[in-house]
Design a protein around this ligand. Structure first.
Ligand SMILES: [Zn+2]
Length: 245
């Protein structure tokens, strides 16, 4: 393939823009804000789940508390009724009297147990309320942090996009000046190596950074200036520059 030395030098400009574009693409994909944002989203999802569980637990405990309180009331009412009967002297048979007294005692124990249950449930409810508050606070704080991360990420994206736009425009105008067959060879090589052309400087290919042996260098020196050469090592288009040595 043939191309004038000036045209070949344009390939180096194209290669530089392509490295720039792939650097920008890499930077966009590996922005620390991406991972930070993702971690914040993950934590938020965890908090949301945990809060939903606590909310359900709160509803269960509230029901439990109401039931235990109803039970206490029931027992208290029965004790009062028994006491009233006792105080009114309505019970005359000693056997019945004994039964009534022992019922009052056992109902008293039952009331004590049920009041314990109410207290226990109330303590659990307090703990659930405290935990819900702490998680809600964390979620609010996280939401603010996420907004900050999102803003930083978007600013970085905007900057990268602007630079990418500029480099792409420059690339398009250089590519438009190149002959079709040379450009398609370059693009094919670029698909394999990210960058399709490299300079030869001081006897070294700047694509693979290997120094050429004397035989290859002599062959390159003997080649006509408009011949398109390839690096024997990396197969990129090798562009001769003023510093070929
Ligand atoms: Zn090379």
């Amino acid at each position: 393939m043939k191309a004038s030395p000036q045209t070949q030098l344009k390939l180096l400009e194209l290669a530089e823009l392509d490295s720039e574009l792939s650097r920008l693409d890499h930077r966009r994909r590996t922005l620390p804000e991406n991972a930070e944002f993702e971690r914040a989203e993950q934590r938020d999802a965890e908090l949301r789940d945990e809060l939903a569980t606590l909310e359900a637990r709160d509803a269960d405990l509230t029901r439990e508390q109401a039931k235990a309180e109803r039970d206490v009331d029931q027992v208290r009412t029965r004790i009062e009724r028994d006491r009233t009967r006792l105080d009114a002297g309505q019970v005359s048979s000693p056997k019945e009297l004994e039964n009534l007294q022992s019922e009052i005692v056992s109902l008293g124990r039952r009331q004590g147990d049920l009041e314990e249950v109410v207290l226990e449930v109330m303590e659990q409810l307090e703990e659930v309320t405290r935990r819900r508050g702490a998680l809600s606070d964390e979620r609010a704080e996280l939401s603010q942090r996420r907004t900050g991360i999102g803003a930083r990420r978007d600013a970085a994206f905007a900057e990268i996009d602007e630079q990418t736009g500029k480099a792409s425009d420059q690339r398009a105008s250089i590519a438009a000046e190149l002959p079709g067959d040379l450009l398609s060879l370059y693009d094919r090589l670029r698909a394999q190596h990210t960058v399709g052309a490299a300079a030869l400087r001081h006897g070294r290919c700047e694509g693979c950074h290997l120094s050429l042996n004397t035989v290859d260098l002599a062959r390159i020196r003997a080649a006509p200036p408009d011949e398109v050469l390839r690096c024997e090592e990396c197969r990129r288009i090798l562009v001769r520059t003023s510093g070929d040595g």
